[in-house]
Design a protein around this ligand. Structure first.
Ligand SMILES: C[S@@+](CC[C@H](N)C(=O)[O-])C[C@H]1O[C@@H](n2cnc3c(N)ncnc32)[C@H](O)[C@@H]1O
Length: 286
């Protein structure tokens, strides 16, 4: 089991921990720094500045250094040409992983974010980090954005996908990507927060055999709301400002895809134990 370095801990998560003005305050904090010209065009220095804000000012719901390293190592191994993240927030994972994709010879990193204000913060910090040539920020609900990027031919295949948005949408958005053949043999998925707060429907899906998925599909009623296993707090997390989330409806996915999935234990940037589920699509049964 890895150890958490307490010296690096973010401020504790409060009852209201996002969308209370702190995201814009972060921009002022960064752009007012004495060392702003050294930060410019340096992804690692931008990340350091974000970490410093979250340690000394207010908590930010970023993937953080520990879980971030797991996914950055995965990027170096998989060398994706195209990577997609679902849920960008203020751009921490986008800058960390967009930089890793570029270093690994990849071409495009799509950051899908529902909240337009957060999307603007991501764009500003991505530009500051000098990653504008690789990263494309896409504002809107993930399912709608995935469908549009696919139908316009902008997104033809997902080599690596980082899921870190509305927890009940992990499974429905994955099934949407399967159905559109964006996720196929060779695609790799990294899902955050599978321990805190947890995501039983997603884990059950990626850990199921083809036979189990086929059987589940026969029984399944269409999902029109969050799975009842999610706590109310998780199911309604973004509702106050953005309105009720709508899940990708009427998606059957592709139950024939064969996944190998493993949980990698790690920590939230506050030190709370969490994990990333890494799932590799290794085949397709006929
Ligand atoms: C935990 S934060 C993402 C953190 C980010 N990946 C990082 O590590 O730096 C989750 C984000 O998902 C966004 N979100 C929620 N529902 C969404 C949806 N349906 N489509 C796209 N983004 C969504 C929220 O607005 C929020 O910014």
């Amino acid at each position: 089991m890895p150890q958490f370095d307490e010296k690096k801990a973010y401020s504790q998560q409060e009852e209201v921990f996002f969308d209370d003005g702190r995201e814009i305050e972060l921009l002022h904090y960064i752009y007012a720094r004495q060392d702003i010209e050294e930060i410019r065009n340096s992804p690692s220095r931008v990340l350091q500045a974000i970490d410093e804000y979250a340690r000394t000012k207010k908590y930010l719901m970023n993937v953080g250094e520990d879980k971030g390293r797991i996914v950055a190592d995965l990027i170096a191994e998989v060398r994706p040409q195209t990577m997609v993240e679902l849920g960008g927030y203020i751009g921490y994972s986008c800058i960390l992983f967009g930089d890793a994709v570029r270093k690994a010879g990849g071409k495009r990193y799509f950051s899908l974010e529902r909240n337009p204000e957060f999307g603007a913060v991501i764009s500003s910090l991505v530009d500051l980090a000098g990653l504008g040539d690789v990263v494309k920020v896409v504002v809107g609900s993930s399912d709608v954005s995935i469908k549009r990027l696919h139908s316009s031919g902008t997104l033809e295949h997902i080599d690596l996908m980082f899921l870190d948005h509305y927890k009940p949408a992990y499974k429905t958005d994955l099934k949407l990507c399967e159905e559109l053949k964006l996720v196929t043999k060779g695609s790799v998925l990294a899902a955050d927060n599978v321990i805190k707060p947890g995501n039983p429907p997603y884990l059950e899906y990626v850990r199921s055999s083809v036979a189990e998925k086929r059987a589940a599909l026969e029984k399944e009623n269409q999902e029109d709301g969050p799975d009842t296993r999610f706590a109310d707090k998780t199911a309604k997390q973004y509702a106050k400002r953005q309105g009720e989330e709508r899940l990708a409806g009427n998606v059957k996915g592709n139950p024939n895809l064969v996944y190998q999935s493993e949980l990698v234990h790690s920590f939230e940037p506050t030190g709370v134990p969490d994990g990333v589920e890494i799932t590799r699509c290794v085949g397709e049964e006929s």
